[in-house]
Design a protein around this ligand. Structure first.
Ligand code: 3HC
Length: 328
């Protein structure tokens, strides 16, 4: 039944009355806040949803290295270069934790990466935008990693143990990523008028795609209701998006930058910022593979996989030889 729900993408959940005994017992564990572990019984659709989300998350970490890799050789100082290198290295590690968490669900990392390289697997839309200036390194750290933290902190408390535990380490490192990004923006905004203009240009280009990172509106989200019932999703897409806007607008004001949304205004009654309409046609276009950098990102990932084949083969050959020696 869960599989049908997830397959048809109906934004509804299965009632307890429709569940079998095992599913009811499983849901009772979820409702009691019990962590589900790899060896526990779980509905096929719960497993399928986790494989979908965790693999996409892992792909996002790996593809997410590419926009920043573009600026390693052009960082303005050795210090900025070493910070950027450390951040990019962290993202590779995040991909590692997440592919490992996905593998606990019975999938192979090679199959997941094959799906990505074949253009059959999603990764976060945000990484299909170009990084055109050094200020983009600031905007990406501040806005993209800042958004990722808002999305990932609740995942530290999600129902699937291996995913929740992977997120704890990821979030600690993400906070460094966001701070170094904001520090870049602060330096530029305190710099020459040209540097401040560069920071404003980066904010103009990264603001709306960062809001899209949180996914479609709650009304359009086909997976949210079921993911919420399974406590994979503890807050809705719109709730986390609102949290990002409320947190980030004062930071932009402190920088002396203008958020590129003429409809943005603070509502004292609700305590939240109201913001303009998101261009969902752009979002869906990027998801269809028509973003500014989709093709380039995929091509780079395929080349990296192909170029690394000799290294993977050498590791396997060494491991086989070592195992054969141990067995002799
Ligand atoms: N980019 C690409 N696809 C997206 C998307 C985005 N920003 N937002 C939603 N989608 C896709 C979903 O995957 C789903 O498609 P699918 O059913 O084929 O998988 C469809 O759009 C409908 O969206 P839903 O809201 O129904 O889907 P989810 O319930 O999965 O919610 C999500 C989407 C909020 C992104 C959720 O999957 C999630 O929280 N994922 C984990 C966090 C994550 O992946 N973050 C990505 C960024 S990681 C990062 O930024 C790294 C950092 O180091 C910089």
């Amino acid at each position: 039944m869960y599989a049908q729900l997830v397959e048809t993408g109906l934004n509804q959940v299965q009632s307890l009355a429709d569940m079998g005994e095992e599913e009811r017992a499983f849901q009772a564990r979820i409702d009691a806040g019990v962590k589900i572990e790899a060896k526990d019984w779980m509905p096929d659709a719960y497993r399928k949803t986790l494989i979908r989300q965790i693999s996409q998350h892992a792909h996002s970490e790996i593809v997410g290295q590419l926009p920043e890799g573009n600026w390693v050789t052009r960082a303005p100082t050795l210090k900025r270069k070493s910070i950027l290198l450390a951040k990019i290295q962290d993202e590779a590690g995040h991909g590692l934790y997440l592919y490992s968490a996905a593998e606990t669900l019975g999938v192979s990392r090679d199959d997941l990466i094959a799906a990505l390289n074949a253009g059959k697997a999603k990764y976060s839309s945000i990484f299909n935008y170009p990084t055109l200036s050094w200020a983009d390194m600031g905007a990406v750290g501040w806005l993209v990693d800042g958004s990722a933290i808002i999305n990932q902190i609740p995942l530290c408390r999600c129902s699937y143990g291996p995913y929740a535990r992977a997120m704890i380490r990821v979030c600690k490192e993400e906070s460094f990523h966001a701070r170094q990004g904001y520090d870049i923006m602060l330096s530029l905004c305190n710099g020459t008028p040209e540097q401040k203009a560069m920071a404003q240009d980066a904010l103009n280009r990264w603001w709306w795609p960062s809001l899209m990172m949180f996914g479609p509106s709650d009304a359009e989200s086909v997976n949210s209701a079921q993911s919420a019932q399974w406590r994979i999703k503890l807050f809705s897409n719109d709730e986390l998006r609102q949290r990002m806007v409320d947190q980030t607008v004062p930071q932009a004001e402190f920088l002396g930058l203008t958020v590129p949304d003429p409809d943005l205004k603070f509502n004292a009654a609700t305590g939240h910022y109201e913001f303009g309409a998101i261009d969902w046609s752009e979002f869906h276009n990027v998801l269809k593979g028509n973003g500014p950098c989709n093709k380039e990102r995929l091509k780079t990932r395929v080349k990296a996989w192909d170029d690394g084949a000799w290294f993977r083969e050498a590791l396997v050959a060494y491991a086989d030889k070592k195992a054969a020696r141990a067995a002799a």
